[in-house]
Structures are given as structure tokens and as C-alpha cells.
Write a protein that binds this ligand. Structure first.
Ligand code: HEM
Length: 321
């Protein structure tokens, strides 16, 4: 999932985002039960009443806001954003504490404006039976048995990307990885229909993405307003694909197929989760791939070992066939 990013330093901000959410819950619990004076809160500033430091964050690139806070207060600091007191973290140890060791005491929540933009029925905003059901449906679509159908198409997307770089002197790896992961996401979510509606989906998604971290003011002309309009249009495209599939009555191994097989899910729930998974999968994976490429380039011996292992496995596949 991605909240505050547009560069390959994204993992830090993803952790910020994840813990932004979890931190809110913890802080709210402390504030409501014990009173703020007894809290062992980290350093930081809470800004003005209610608005907190929201304007400081949105008056510049959010990455600048976080970086300057981080250098002033260290990897764990408190602030107040979008009406919520919160704790931001960026160290691997703190991330492990929140996401693994003590994940049972944290509950994921998002600011209301982000929920509205992604869709309130998306998996991230729920717990309990509905959450478990969605998790199973998502996992089912990403099991090796389901994914193996699309391996040749994923390979051709990768080859297409490689060829397109041949003509250029320099590329921005992270942006290229974002394009590549978006194409793979469309393929794994919509199968062949992803290609048919790809351009429309991309156009809307990019507008949505641009407004995602903007100030949540829903007035004509604002990035937020444009993003909300694009979000509605994305919903209409997904509805069109679902209607087409219902008419054709074919089974599909992709994520949309997995959701549609569950007869209890409403179309709105399916749409919110399809869009949610694009958000969850795209920048995270693009970021990880960017770092993989960097480390392969920086370590020629590892690159050689990976190349040999890839060559051997493709040779054995040819022999087996
Ligand atoms: C390197 C890439 C990725 C990273 C670093 C990453 C990281 C994360 C993290 C930290 C969470 C929050 C976990 C929690 O709250 O306990 C999460 C949730 C989630 N991610 Fe990823 N993710 C990645 C790729 C993907 C991909 C490719 C998909 C596509 C299926 C995906 C789908 C999801 C979903 C659906 C959730 C919500 C799970 C839930 O609420 O139960 N992620 N991801």
C-alpha cells in the first residue's frame, strides 16, 4: 500500500503510512482512557488545535515534511494530521514492532478522506469475518496455480519494457517499474479485459494517484476533486467489465474472477477491493523492484549468479518440455 510517495525512498514513507494508521488507534486509546499527561509520547509537535500540522504537510511535497521532521526528531515522532493525533515511524525496528511483534495491539485505520478515495469497503479498513473472507479471495487469485496462466504474458510485458529502454540513453527506474507493475496488476486483476480497458483504467488511475496526497478539499478544480471524479469513473469501468463477464458466463482465474465467484459480495464491495489491491500492489512492488535492480547493478557477482541460475532454470524447462 502506498500513501505518501513519489520516489524510490518510498519504503520509509510506506512505513510512516502504515504506522500513521496504527498509531492513531494507540494514541486515541491513550488519550481517551488515561489523559495525555501520563503518556510516554515521542518528541514532535502537534500544531494547531484540530488542523494540527495538516497545512504544513500539504503546503509542500509530503516527503519534505517527513524528511525534515525525521531529521529534527529522529525516526519516531508525534504529529497531528487530517484531524488525527498520530505517531510516525521510519526505523525497521519500530516497523517490526508494529507490523509483527505487537501487531495484535494495533488496528489499521486511515484518515476518512483516504477511505473515501479508495472505497470504504476495501480490505484495509475492515476486521473480522468480512476481512478474512476478502483475504482468502485475494490470496486465491495470487496462488501459484492461478498465476501460472499469466506467466507468459508477464514475461512479454517485461520484454516489452526492456525493448522500450533500448532506444533511450537514460531511464528513471522507479517510474519504469511503476509502469511495469501497473501493467502486471491490470493483467492479474482483469486478465485479458485489462488490455481492452487498460488505457481508460490507466488514465483514471493516474488522476486518482495525483490527488491521493492532496489536501482533501472537494471543490471543483482541486486535485482532490479531480481524483474523486476519476475514482467514480474507475468504478464505472469496473462495473462495465463485470457486466460483460456476467453476460459471457466464462470462468476467470484472475482477482476479479475470484471476487465475482463469491455471491455475497456486492458490486460496490468488489470495485472498492479491486481498486484497493491496485493501490496495495503497485508502488510497493515497484519500489522493491527498483532496489533489487540497484543492488544487482552494484554487485556484479550477485548479478552473474542470478543470470546463471535463470539460464539453468530456463534450459531445464526447455528440456522438460
Ligand atoms: C514488495 C511489495 C509489497 C510490500 C512491501 C507490501 C507490504 C504490505 C504491508 C506492510 C501491508 C500491511 C500489513 C498489515 O497491516 O498487517 C500490506 C497489506 C496488503 N497488501 Fe501488500 N505489499 C507488497 C505487495 C503487495 C502485492 C503485490 C499485493 C497484491 C495482491 C498486495 C496486497 C496487499 C493487501 C490486499 C493488503 C491488505 C491485507 C489485509 O488487510 O489483510 N501487496 N502490504
Amino acid at each position: 500500500m502506498d500513501i505518501f510517495t513519489n520516489s524510490p525512498i518510498h519504503p520509509f514513507f510506506f512505513i510512516f503510512a502504515a504506522v500513521f494508521a496504527s498509531g492513531l488507534f494507540i494514541l486515541n486509546r491513550f488519550f481517551s482512557k488515561r489523559g495525555p499527561q501520563q503518556l510516554p509520547l515521542p518528541p514532535g509537535s502537534m500544531g494547531y488545535p484540530y488542523v494540527g500540522e495538516t497545512f504544513q504537510m500539504y503546503s509542500q511535497d509530503p516527503n519534505v515534511f517527513f524528511t525534515s521532521k525525521q531529521s529534527k526528531y529522529g525516526p519516531i515522532f508525534k504529529t497531528h494530521i487530517l484531524g488525527c493525533p498520530c505517531v510516525m515511524i521510519s526505523s525497521p525496528e519500530a516497523a517490526k514492532f508494529v507490523l509483527v511483534t505487537k501487531s495484535n495491539i494495533f488496528k489499521p485505520t486511515f484518515p476518512a478522506s483516504k477511505e473515501r478515495m479508495l472505497g470504504r469497503q476495501a480490505i484495509f479498513f475492515h476486521q473480522g469475518d468480512y476481512h478474512s473472507k476478502l483475504r482468502k479471495l485475494v490470496l486465491r487469485a495470487f496462488m501459484p496455480q492461478s498465476l501460472h496462466y499469466i506467466v507468459p504474458q508477464v514475461e512479454s510485458l517485461a520484454l516489452h519494457a526492456l525493448h522500450s529502454w533500448e532506444a533511450t540513453h537514460e531511464i528513471n527506474t522507479y517510474l519504469e517499474m511503476k509502469t511495469y507493475t501497473f501493467n502486471v496488476a491490470l493483467l492479474s486483476i482483469f486478465g485479458k479485459d485489462g488490455a481492452m480497458y487498460g488505457e481508460e483504467l490507466k488514465r483514471c488511475y493516474y488522476v486518482l494517484e495525483k490527488g491521493y496526497n492532496s489536501m482533501p478539499v472537494n471543490l471543483p478544480g482541486t486535485l482532490f476533486h479531480k481524483a474523486m471524479k476519476a475514482r467514480k469513473e474507475l468504478g464505472r469501468i469496473v462495473a462495465k467489465i463485470m457486466a460483460m463477464r456476467r453476460e459471457m458466463k466464462h470462468d476467470h482465474n484472475d482477482l476479479l474472477g475470484s471476487f465475482m465467484e463469491d455471491k455475497e459480495l456486492t458490486d460496490e464491495q468488489i470495485t472498492d477491493n479491486v481498486i484497493g489491491v491496485i493501490f496495495a500492489a503497485r508502488d510497493t512492488t515497484a519500489s522493491a523492484l527498483t532496489w533489487v535492480l540497484k543492488y544487482l547493478r552494484d554487485n556484479p557477482s550477485v548479478l552473474q549468479a542470478v543470470t546463471v541460475s535463470f539460464f539453468l532454470s530456463s534450459q531445464s524447462r526447455i528440456l522438460l518440455n
